[in-house]
Design a protein. Structure first.
Lengths: 483, 331
């Protein structure tokens, strides 16, 4: 007997989310993910002056605001043929990295961990301590992390004027030229955040976390650090609940490559599957609209030619989310994919052993906190006050360009088409558009839809904690997903 | 006092901004003021059925509701159905939930320019027929209508801003919870006067450049952004340079123009955001309450009096000429 249940509002994600599950004998047989909010940014942008995208696109999302700015700035820079100077590149990377790390922190403490304080776990040996630490709003971690986060956000006050919704990221660099004393202040703010991460989040030096190189090394580290930090607490819970067996999706991973560096990105671009690493060709990206509430062309289109025209009564559609595919394949994107494709040995080992799952996604994110914060300290030191932070140019009347960046949640792309000096078409594919896509015309479910299949649930408990963990392990951002 | 928070046609950025409160950790502040979050989409444990149950009780009047906070525009489309946002799990348009809950709540707060006036989601062709709770742009009406008043006769409190400053939200909620927010405490657009009676210009670190009309021509330059780069800080109601953002920031200190994000209609300025529209070289948008003739006369006078130091620094991205040290001659 199959029974359908609808979970919504599925909260502690950014935006609104509805998940439908078909359950038989206590096991999820199939899942449908609905992104229920449509605003129409791609329609709003048509006809605007291209530079005005810098005002509109950050406002797609209050949690990935800088990421949206960065993608637009890159698309405009490509159209203008601009290359930011060293300071501009560093300032832009620092700004994006600060948002990404703040998002990882918000996700871990405020969105993800509170589910382990649910009453459903009252019989687990770790329950009392977890409830005291992570219970939503009242756990001891909540106020502690808000203080650390507010202090860390001063980095963005300094680099970007404010967060969210800055205009400091420009096609040619940054509008905010940090001077010598401000460079010192920036470095101090990063070191202060390192203090929180080392004392509270990890209970160890960032360098030690960044150098964990295998599942065995991670287990050995946990054995000597039990209860020493929030990371250790998570790993212990993950061990008890076997979270590495939960939420496996396609095991095809994608990253556009992150942080500009000189020439090649610091975290490499590519695609990872069972055969290993291969290059990414953005020309192979298309969007399938078969199960989304939009009018569709005869075949899936490249976003460069894509359209966004609502069709609310379309048969078979069940989401406002389009279904992006890479050469027809469903891919997963996010911090784990980024670290995996960048060649981090821990990410590689975790995926080799158990693929993408609830534990490896969370470990990927926290590993990234350690690695990126170390890198940020170096970038801050590399700023050269007195040298330019930005270059300027003219936009051509006609251009087709794209901006591909990595947001906290994964690969974010903007496809820009300019005609007669105005935006002719602007198409966006956000990380959660990939991860939470509906089925395509061939009936292939999206990554989360696949990850939920086979999940064992307690049918007497409609909170279904295992489903909660799987959904949130992707750190979904629904306002980016459908824009 | 309890508080219920719902999000619709916006980005969630006002919530994320609020979490950055520097008054002290936000949850502790609210607890200390006896403000209890019944439910917030980003912050509450209750999900799905648990959350629906609570919403139904509030809508039916079975659970008392003191403060209803709405973030994001209200989406009336397509064709008046509200189906651009059916609240997940409920199959009911969020606009219908909001209408029901607003009449049960003791106070109704629009958090951000979207919920107040329609905001960015109402830009361009306004694909979703987005509006604010009690305004559509600068016109009264919106989702709840001109005549809507809360239990004590207040209109919807419009904490406009894109995003809102964390303190604007916290201080408004505390004032409401203490019964200290009265009709005379909001301005003609329903915005709390404690921040809306100021102008972004007040406290701007570029004031010396403004005084002498020494203007930046490109982002990164230190000069005033009003003449060329679209800055509307002299017209925008907010205390952004008196009450800094994320430590010590503001749009102006970040190197970019004020785009008037606390005002209705900011999303469609009628010109590119980053350039100043002018007639005969004079910016069309004049400082608040300033007669045009005086502005033109003073601008001409101050331009002719601009010190070399100010003129040079205005076009540089760092101080190239320091102020003279008294008694030590020219720098």
């Amino acid at each position: 007997m199959t029974r359908r249940i609808v979970l919504g509002p599925f909260n502690r994600v950014e935006g609104d989310l509805e998940v439908s599950l078909d359950i038989a004998d206590g096991v999820v047989q199939s899942a449908r993910v609905n992104s229920p909010l449509y605003r129409g940014f791609e329609q709003i942008l048509q006809g605007k002056v291209p530079e005005d995208a810098l005002v509109f696109v950050p406002r797609i999302c209050g949690i990935c605001s800088v990421a949206q700015s960065a993608a637009a700035a890159n698309a405009l820079a490509a159209a203008m043929g601009l290359t930011p100077p060293s300071n501009g590149r560093l300032a832009a990377d620092l700004t994006l990295a600060a948002e990404n790390l703040a998002d990882h922190l918000t996700h871990f403490y405020l969105f993800f961990m509170p589910d382990f304080a649910r009453i459903a776990y009252r019989d687990r040996p770790w329950f009392a301590a977890t409830e005291a630490r992570f219970k939503a709003q009242v756990g001891s971690a909540a106020d502690q992390v808000l203080s650390a986060r507010s202090d860390f956000m001063k980095v963005l006050g300094l680099l970007a004027g404010k967060w969210p919704h800055t205009l400091s990221l420009q096609p040619g660099g940054s509008s905010r030229p940090l001077q010598a004393s401000e460079k010192i202040r920036l470095y101090r703010q990063l070191r202060e955040f390192r203090g929180f991460c080392e004392n509270t989040l990890f209970g160890d030096k960032l360098e030690v976390i960044a150098e964990l190189d295998s599942e065995v090394a991670l287990q050995r580290w946990l054995a000597s650090h039990r209860d020493s930090s929030d990371f250790a607490r998570f790993l212990a819970i993950a061990e008890d609940l076997q979270l590495h067996t939960l939420g496996r999706a396609t095991d095809v991973f994608m990253s556009y490559g992150a942080y500009a560096n000189e020439g090649e990105p610091w975290l490499a671009r590519g695609v990872w599957d069972a055969k290993g690493l291969s290059p990414l060709d953005p020309g192979q990206i298309s969007e399938d609209l078969s199960h989304a509430w939009y009018s569709e062309a005869e075949a899936p289109q490249s976003p460069a030619q894509g359209s966004t025209l609502p069709e609310i009564d379309k048969a078979d559609a069940y989401s406002w989310c389009k279904a992006p595919r890479l050469a027809g394949r469903v891919v997963e994107t996010g911090a784990l994919a980024r670290q995996l494709i960048a060649g981090h040995p821990l990410a590689r080992d975790l995926v080799d052993s158990h693929g993408g799952n609830v534990r490896s996604r969370v470990v990927g994110r926290l590993l990234e906190v350690a690695r990126v914060l170390i890198a940020m300290e170096g970038w801050a030191q590399a700023l050269r006050p007195g040298e330019p932070y930005c270059v300027f140019g003219e936009l051509p009347d006609e251009a087709d360009s794209l901006g591909l960046i990595e947001a906290a949640r994964g690969s974010l792309g903007h496809w820009l088409s300019i005609r007669r000096g105005r935006i002719h078409n602007y198409q966006i594919i956000a990380p959660t558009t990939w991860n939470f896509s509906p089925r395509d015309a061939a009936g292939n479910p999206g990554a989360l839809e696949q990850a939920l299949v086979g999940t064992v649930v307690n049918e007497g408990d409609n909170t279904m904690p295992s489903v909660q963990h799987i959904v949130r392990s992707f750190d979904p951002c629904m306002v980016c997903t459908v824009h | 006092m309890n508080l219920l928070w719902l999000q619709s046609g916006g980005c969630g950025g006002c919530t994320l901004s609020w979490l950055g409160s520097e008054m002290g950790p936000l949850f502790a502040t609210l607890r200390d003021e006896n403000i209890d979050i019944l439910w917030h989409p980003s912050l509450s444990e209750a999900s799905a059925d648990e959350a629906q149950e609570l919403l139904r009780k509030c809508a039916a009047g079975l659970q008392s509701l003191d403060i209803l906070c709405i973030e994001g525009s209200l989406l009336r489309g397509p064709n008046g159905t509200g189906r651009f946002h059916l609240l997940a799990g409920t199959g009911i348009p969020t606009v219908d939930w909001v209408k029901q809950l607003a009449h049960r709540a003791r106070h109704v707060v629009a958090v951000g320019t979207c919920a107040a006036f329609g905001g960015i989601t109402a830009a361009g062709i306004n694909p979703t027929d987005a509006c604010g709770l009690q305004y559509e742009g600068e016109h009264k009406g919106g989702l709840l209508g001109t005549d809507f008043r809360d239990a004590i006769g207040l209109p919807v409190i419009n904490i406009a801003g894109c995003p809102t400053h964390p303190d604007w939200v916290t201080e408004t909620l505390i004032a409401l919870a203490r019964g200290q927010l009265k009709n005379e405490d909001v301005d003609a657009l329903g915005r709390p006067r404690f921040y809306a009676d100021h102008l972004v210009h007040q406290g701007c670190a570029r004031n010396e450049y403004y005084e002498f009309k020494a203007s930046a021509e490109h982002p990164t330059e230190q000069g005033c952004l009003m003449e060329h780069l679209g800055c509307k800080g002299t017209q925008a109601h907010a205390d952004c340079n008196l009450r800094p953002w994320n430590g010590n920031g503001s749009c102006l200190s970040g190197g970019y123009a004020c785009i008037r994000c606390t005002e209705p209609g900011f999303e469609e300025p009628g010109h590119p955001f980053a350039s100043t529209p002018k007639v005969a070289g004079i910016p069309i948008g004049l400082p608040a309450d300033m007669p045009k003739a005086w502005f033109v006369a003073l601008a001409a006078l101050s331009k002719s009096a601009t010190p070399e130091r100010v003129r040079e620094n205005a076009r540089a991205d760092h101080v190239v000429r320091a102020p003279t040290v008294k008694g030590k001659g020219k720098s």
